[in-house]
Design a protein around this ligand. Structure first.
Ligand code: ADP
Ligand code: MG
Length: 839
């Protein structure tokens, strides 16, 4: 590599050239399904095979015109499907890009963030704690870099890395001055010169056989697929029956005709009965749902999560930053000896010199307001530091300053007090003060210091120190403004909010009370949790919602306890150690702003604004999407009933094949209307007003329950009865009137279809209300207008003849319209009863 040591990185042009040469940094190259393949795929669906068989039969029958119309319809349906699939693909790919891992590199001499897939050999990448390393590379510069390489070597212990200049030559296969793709930075930072990418990395070599699992069907998709299969099975039986009936109905026809007619009526029925829209609906609804969520700052990483979201019953959230604003402020200080200035100076010395933690930022700005500047604090020499760990919950810095050595320590009072020299009396005063400040909802930090004589006297660990206690700092981190309202929404919606925090219990409880969490006085501390068995914890979590002094590994047990109680758990997390809990939760939520790369990778959902309100909104949307899927499925059921019954009943009533209500042509025509109506219109339905007033849905419940089925069947049967009766009476009046009878019946079905959307768009709201709401949506109008224009076209243009229909007179049209209104709007009465009962 020519630019080794050159810290300017690549230029865009060089990177582009290298990418052409080496390809993308991917383990499995992305395959693109070609357009032709997609069309072929759609055409292999049973529905299309049926259509094509029907078209061929028409051609054989010597009715090429019918065959041609049929083919045109088939092309229409294929186009709709291809467009839909293209759109969902595009949506899903866009989402994938949004959630794909990114990495910071130096390009054109500047720090730039690029997709990890665009890394090329020669890039200089910057890595830091929480990053999953995306490529193999040589460490050019490093600072306390510790990497977890267990995914490659199986070695659980972190590996401390060195930069390549300091590396000793060893015969070890795994190098200390080298970073490997797929491993995890647990501490420190480094600049790495990318050497190998994609399948040529060490990880890629073993990864070839653990290639990414293919996208699995979601539970709903599995449910509907088996439903479609069931319907197809029933259709096959009925198809045979109808075929046999037709055959015996027309003994006067030639044998060849008899066979062909029976095949045709069988096919009509089968087409009418297979709800092939179901799987399409699901993918469209879920991916569109994910897309809408992305616009609202929450990125779904896996499609099934959209389904699960609506069923969430427990929300476990970190207090700091999610419930609170993560804008800390020093609210009060208490110095034991009254010397606040000295207390604050020690506090400042205990902070990182280049701060990022909001709490330390608050501390330094408080120092600043007292005239203790950063320059003032950090001009000495930092001899060593005791790093903060979640277990210790304290840290310290050792400074050589103004000719003396100072150990400045700060941390949770419980811990700091254990390493301070205090009399029992003093200790008692301190503890009282801590509890006093905590009760105000403040995070209390204890500050202590020590002045060793020489460097030899500096203890090795912070726990070996013997400090003199200086005082307490109270920090306020105000709850987010909307949090109280959000908690109220969750309470109503039967969703339990559980607060998890590293802070002490009193502080947590005080904040819980402020924001209106129920049971705010019941707390489980991390220590208590450690001593509990899984069974005890499972009992406890039934009414305790606050966990304080929690360590990341406790989160896993908390999720497990709730899950074992049958809850659907969403859990937030941002740290490297949160990844297992995020994976284990039904919905793992990572923070887009402050979260680590690893937590994002483990999560199902990434919250771009780290805001609790967005979580609640997302759950609400999950419920809405599920509702709409149900509405769409119900609608498809309903509208298929008249079609299926008509094609079943007409041959059985001995109606001659030429006079049948629905010929294959008409079934296809109806399919053309049903598909877009449902996937466009029902997908857009806004949430019902009571959507956050119901309990979470039972995750075990089937998509189609008996209540829904009853509603659909009733609605469908009524539409069938009215349309078929109309057709039958017109036909009974005059056997030659088949085309008029059919036109009347078909008009009723198509109009009912339109009305049904309005009536079923809400379970409680009356159609008028839904209509006013829907009338604001342009897309709704487009669908309605196109449907009506289509109806007029098949009734009043040359198409009428082609489709074996007749034009309706004005009075006939009005009659059909009226009948359609009655056959759908009767359901409004049911709503009246339901609403009365609910009151
Ligand atoms: P949370 O889970 O609420 O974000 P943390 O895990 O960040 O809480 O912190 C837990 C506790 O550790 C705090 O209440 C505090 O006592 C202590 N602590 C956190 N950060 C620091 C720090 N930079 N210096 C000293 N103590 C700290
Ligand atoms: Mg924190």
């Amino acid at each position: 590599m020519t630019n080794k040591g050159n810290m300017a990185g690549l230029s865009s042009a060089e990177a582009k050239k290298l990418q052409e040469q080496y390809g993308k940094n991917e383990l499995t190259p992305q395959k693109k399904e070609s357009f032709i393949k997609k069309v072929l795929h759609i055409m292999c669906e049973p529905m299309f095979l049926l259509l094509i068989v029907a078209a061929i039969i028409y051609f054989i029958l010597g009715e090429p015109r019918d065959g041609a119309i049929m083919l045109i319809f088939v092309i229409g349906i294929i186009s709709i499907d291809v467009i839909q699939e293209w759109k969902t693909d595009k949506t899903l790919n866009a989402l994938k890009d949004l959630t794909a891992p990114h990495v910071t590199v130096i390009r054109n001499g500047k720090e730039t963030t690029i997709a990890s897939a665009d890394l090329v050999p020669g890039d200089l990448m910057m890595i830091h704690e929480g990053v999953k390393i995306p490529a193999d590379g040589i460490i050019v510069k490093c600072n306390d870099l510790c990497v977890d390489e267990s995914s490659l070597t199986g070695e659980a212990e972190g590996v401390w890395k060195v930069n390549t200049e300091n590396a000793e030559t060893t015969s070890d296969y795994w190098r200390k001055d080298y970073c490997y793709a797929g491993t995890l930075v647990t501490q420190g930072t480094a600049t790495v010169l990318v050497d190998k990418i994609g399948t040529t990395t060490e990880y890629g070599k073993i990864g070839a056989n653990i290639a990414l699992a293919p996208d699995e069907d979601t539970p709903l998709q599995k449910q509907t697929k088996s439903l479609v299969k069931l319907c197809a099975g029933i259709a096959a039986v009925l198809l045979t029956l109808v075929g046999i009936f037709t055959y015996f109905n027309i003994p006067d026809h030639e044998i060849g005709d008899r066979i062909i007619e029976s095949i045709l009526s069988g096919i009509t029925l089968a087409m009418a009965m297979i709800p092939e829209e179901f799987p399409v609906i699901l993918t469209v609804f879920l991916s569109m749902g994910a897309w809408r969520l992305a616009k609202k700052q929450s990125l779904v990483r896996k499609l099934p999560s959209v389904e699960t979201l609506g069923a969430v019953s427990v929300l476990c959230v970190d207090k700091t930053g999610t419930i609170t604003m993560n804008q800390m402020k020093v609210q009060g200080t208490w110095a034991m000896d009254g010397d606040n200035h000295s207390l604050c100076e020690t506090m400042g010395l205990g902070c990182e010199t280049d701060v990022y933690d909001p709490m330390e930022k608050a501390m330094l700005s408080h120092c600043d307001s007292l005239g203790i500047t950063k320059k003032n604090l950090f001009s000495g020499e930092l001899i060593t530091e005791y790093a903060f760990t979640n277990e210790l919950k304290m840290m310290g810095h050792v400074w050589r300053r103004n000719g003396e050595i100072v150990i400045a320590a700060k941390g949770s009072p419980e811990r700091i007090l254990t390493i301070c020299k205090l009399t029992d009396k003093e200790r008692e005063i301190c503890e009282k003060k801590v509890s006093e400040m905590s009760k105000e909802g403040l995070r209390v930090i204890a500050v202590a210091k020590m002045l060793p004589q020489t460097e030899e006297d500096i203890p090795n660990t912070i726990t070996d120190c013997s400090l003199s206690f200086q005082g307490l700092i109270g920090l306020a981190d105000p709850p987010r403004e909307s949090i109280k309202a959000d908690i109220a929404v969750c309470n109503k919606a039967g969703i339990r909010v559980v607060m998890i925090t590293g802070d002490n219990g009193i502080t947590a409880s005080s904040i819980a009370k402020k924001i209106g969490m129920p049971n705010s006085d019941k707390i489980i501390t991390g220590d208590e949790l450690s001593n509990m068995t899984d069974e005890e914890l499972r009992e406890k979590v039934k009414d305790v919602s606050i966990f304080s002094r929690v360590l990341p590994e406790h989160k896993m047990r908390i999720v497990k306890a709730f899950k074992d109680n049958g809850e659907i758990v969403a859990m937030t997390g941002d740290g490297v150690n949160d990844a297992p809990a995020l994976k284990y939760a039904d919905i793992g939520i990572a923070m887009g702003k402050r979260g680590s790369e690893v937590s994002r990778e483990a999560a199902d959902l990434i919250l771009m604004d780290d805001n609790f309100t967005t979580i609640v909104e997302t759950v609400k949307d999950g419920r809405r999407i599920y509702d709409n899927i149900r509405k769409a499925v119900g609608y498809i059921f309903t509208i298929h009933i008249p079609i299926a019954f008509a094609s079943l009943l007409a041959p059985m009533l001995g109606i001659s094949p030429a006079a049948l209500f629905l010929l294959p042509l008409h079934v296809v025509l109806l399919e053309l209307v049903i598909d877009p109506t449902c996937s466009i219109v029902l997908e857009r339905q806004p949430a019902e007003y009571d959507i956050m007033e119901r309990k979470p849905r039972n995750p075990k419940e089937k998509l189609i329950n008996s209540k829904m089925l009853l509603k659909s069947v009733l609605q469908g049967v009524v539409i069938f009865a009215t349309s078929f009766a109309t057709y039958f009476t017109v036909l009974a009046g005059n056997q030659d009137n088949a085309s008029l009878a059919r036109a009347m019946g078909l008009t009723i079905i198509i109009l009912s279809n339109l009305f049904l959307v309005i009536v079923n768009s809400s379970d409680h709201d009356f159609a008028v209300k839904s209509f006013i709401r829907l009338a604001k949506d342009k897309v709704m109008w487009i669908v309605a207008v196109v449907t009506v224009l289509g109806l007029l076209a098949i009734l009043y243009t040359p198409l009428t003849g082609f489709l074996k229909l007749a034009s309706l007179s004005a009075s006939q049209f009005i009659r059909a319209f009226g009948i359609a209104v009655i056959s759908v709007f009767w359901y409004e009465l049911v709503k009246v009863f339901k609403n009365l009962k609910n009151k």
